[in-house]
Structures are given as structure tokens and as C-alpha cells.
Design a protein around this ligand. Structure first.
Ligand code: LRH
Ligand code: MN
Ligand code: MN
Length: 387
């Protein structure tokens, strides 16, 4: 197996973007539990996100969701983030909460509603220009609930047209990242349900369009690492929304439900050249912390990704290739399992210490008093945007 020393510098390349919405209250359709210390403003969400970076060194970017994070002055918000040691990153457009979007946004049968959805995305590109962000992430709630409700093929054409207009407004260093999801909120058909549909639209759009793979957006049993491998070989994997799930789009802490699946995904990422600063693959979290405290939930999440990344980097590629070539099924499987079962926690603690970070970020955060401080200071915190 590869040694920890050999992967030490590669680990330093890791950047995991955190979502602003993870710091606000969220929940299921049954109940949104309030929690003490919840941010009341976009700035407070960013201040909380900055703590995750301060204690882990892993999360220098914060993704925005518009209009949940709408402010008057985005340049000032970027300065605020920088003062706190982080930067604003991906801009997520949101065309799923306005009443006008009941029957869809870019695929809506009404041209006036489609226009509104396009304009919203163009406004998001303006925000990207103001903050110097490169990625526009589009997830569409579009779909239908009943067979016959709308013309499925016509919706694809409308979608393609709308995406093309948005794509045309991108700057030279911008990307459009199109996220898919197999169902919910639409229950009969969804307009961007799978990686193939997202890929087809991205290919038609051009080089600046890539697919976003949210790990919670597949039918149970889907081999997600296969999708990763395929999109990487096609040069179209743009981003991950990491989270974990037991049933549907649970948005639980990444690596909590199935650490082995996270390892398999990250192995394919490393294997396919999707890891590191120049890979073009953005690592993001897309999670909600409905019952646990949010900042510790995010700290646990980025550490889980780091731990599994380390294990994936430990896979001995030469040994694996030799076993595969010789058709030694069990030896090949052993190479992967050896890396998966390696406990890297002590090595990672030393690695952090050697880089001026707390050896144990969770303990250090809990001892810092920040949580108690925000719980005392902030009253009347809001939902993350599900309002
Ligand atoms: C949709 C989704 C998408 C949204 C986020 C809040 O289920 O994964 O990424 O932007 O949740
Ligand atoms: Mn997502
Ligand atoms: Mn989701």
C-alpha cells in the first residue's frame, strides 16, 4: 500500500465548499426545529462557515443560494467573507420557491414564466461577476405529477432553449453546472432526472457546461461510482454535492450512512483525475442539519470527506493494475479493501498539527466557546431559506 507520507502533499490540495444553507434551520415537511444560535443574516451564516475552515483548513469557500442569500451589496459580502478567512464560491440559482414556478421554471409551458426563470439565472451571473465566482449551479424542480400533465418532449426543448440563453451570458471563466435528481418535488417525471439527461444538455451547450452529481439524487442501489468514472472519462464531471442518504434525498452528513460508498466514489475520483486544484471537479457539501448542531455537523462532514480521500489516495495503483491484468479477482479486491480499512485518523491528526491546525478539529471547536457565544448572542434565527 502507498504510505501516508506519500499522500501528504496531495491532501493539502483538498478544498471542500460548504453551503450557506447548512447553517440555517431546515427540516422535513413535518417540522422545522428551531435551534439556538441560528444565523439571523447571511453574514452570520458566513461567519459560522468560516469557523469550519478555521478549525479544519478544508473549507475556504462558501456557496450561496439566491434568493436565500440575497443582499444589497454582494461585493461587500465578499469582503466580509474574506475578512473572515473564506471566499464566496458557487452561486446556486433557485427557481423552485416562487408561486409562479408551480408548473416548472425553464420547462414551464408558459413563456412568461420561462422568461422569469431565465432572468433569475442571468441575475445570478451578475452576482457571480460582482463576487468573482466561476460557477453557476442550476438545479431544477421541474417535472410533472401526472401522465399527460404536460408534453415531456416539448419540455426538453423549452429547457434546452432556456439553458442556451443562460449559457450565452456566461463569462469566459464561468461554468454552468447542471444538477440532476431522479424525483422530488415532481413525482411522475422530472425534467433533469439523471446524469445522462444532464450530460446531453451540457454537451449541447458546450465546454463551459458540466454535470453536478449530488450523491443523494439517485435511486437506491445505483452504482454512483460508475457514473463518476463515466463522467470523468467524458470530461463532464463539474461538481459534487456531497451528503448521505438511507432512503431518498436525506441530506444527512456525508459518509454517515455508507462510508464504503463514499470511499468507492472517491477512489474513482482519484483514479479518473478528478481530485485536486486543476481537476475541474468542485467538491461541495449539500446538507441539512435538522437535529444536530450545524457547525459541528459541517466539521464532521468535511473531516469525513478528508478521511475517505486519504484512504482513496492510499490505494496502490500499480499493485491494483497488476492484479487486474492477471485476472486475480480477490487480490484486486484486497488492494482496495486494504486501503479502505486503513485507519488514517492518527496520521491525519499529526498532519494537521504539522500544518498549524488543531489535531482534533471537533474537540478544538467545542472547546473554543464559539457555539455558546452565538447561542447567547443570537435570538430569533431563521430557517435556511425553506421559508
Ligand atoms: C435539491 C438540492 C439542490 C438545491 C439544494 C438545496 O434537492 O440538492 O442542490 O440547490 O438541494
Ligand atoms: Mn444538491
Ligand atoms: Mn438534494
Amino acid at each position: 500500500m502507498t504510505t501516508f507520507d506519500a499522500i501528504s502533499d496531495r491532501l493539502a490540495e483538498q478544498v471542500i465548499e460548504v453551503p450557506s444553507w447548512a447553517y440555517g434551520n431546515s427540516g422535513t415537511r413535518f417540522k422545522v426545529f428551531g435551534s439556538a444560535g441560528t444565523p439571523r443574516t447571511v453574514q452570520e451564516k458566513i461567519a459560522d462557515a468560516a469557523k469550519v475552515h478555521e478549525f479544519t483548513g478544508l473549507a475556504p469557500k462558501v456557496a450561496l443560494h439566491i434568493p436565500w442569500d440575497q443582499v444589497e451589496d454582494f461585493a461587500a459580502l465578499q469582503s466580509f467573507a474574506v475578512e473572515h478567512g473564506v471566499r464566496l464560491g458557487t452561486v446556486n440559482s433557485n427557481t423552485f420557491q416562487d408561486d409562479d414556478f408551480k408548473l416548472g421554471s425553464l420547462a414551464n409551458p408558459d413563456p412568461a414564466v420561462r422568461r422569469k426563470a431565465i432572468e433569475h439565472n442571468l441575475m445570478c451571473i451578475d452576482i457571480m461577476n460582482e463576487i468573482g465566482s466561476t460557477d453557476l449551479k442550476i438545479w431544477l424542480a421541474d417535472g410533472t405529477n401526472y401522465p399527460g400533465q404536460d408534453d415531456i418532449a416539448a419540455r426538453q426543448e423549452r429547457l434546452a432553449e432556456g439553458l442556451a440563453e443562460i449559457y450565452a451570458a456566461l463569462g469566459d471563466d464561468h461554468r454552468l453546472v447542471l444538477e440532476y435528481k431522479f424525483f422530488e418535488p415532481a413525482f411522475y417525471h422530472t425534467d433533469v432526472p439523471d446524469w445522462g439527461t444532464s450530460y446531453a444538455h451540457c454537451v449541447a451547450l458546450g465546454d463551459k457546461a458540466t454535470v453536478c452529481l449530488d450523491t443523494g439524487h439517485h435511486a437506491p442501489g445505483t452504482n454512483i461510482e460508475f457514473i463518476v468514472a463515466q463522467l470523468l472519462r467524458l470530461g463532464k464531471l463539474g461538481a459534487f454535492d456531497f451528503n448521505s442518504r438511507f432512503y431518498a434525498d436525506d441530506d444527512l452528513i456525508v459518509g454517515a450512512a455508507d462510508p464504503f460508498q463514499l470511499f468507492r466514489i472517491l477512489y474513482e475520483v482519484v483514479r479518473g483525475g478528478g481530485y485536486g486544484a486543476d481537476s475541474g471537479v468542485a467538491f461541495m457539501l449539500d446538507q441539512c442539519h435538522n437535529i444536530e448542531k450545524k457547525i459541528p455537523g459541517q466539521i464532521r462532514s468535511v473531516l469525513n470527506v478528508q478521511e475517505m480521500t486519504a484512504r482513496a489516495l492510499l490505494v496502490d495503483a500499480d499493485e491494483l493494475a497488476a492484479a487486474q491484468r492477471s485476472g486475480d479477482v480477490l487480490a484486486a479486491n484486497d488492494v482496495l479493501m486494504d486501503a479502505f480499512y486503513t485507519d488514517v485518523r492518527a496520521d491525519l491528526a499529526d498532519w494537521r498539527s504539522s500544518r498549524g491546525l488543531p489535531a482534533e478539529p471537533m474537540k478544538a471547536f467545542l472547546a473554543s466557546g464559539y457555539q455558546e457565544q452565538i447561542e447567547a448572542d443570537r435570538v430569533g434565527g431563521n430557517q435556511a431559506g425553506w421559508n
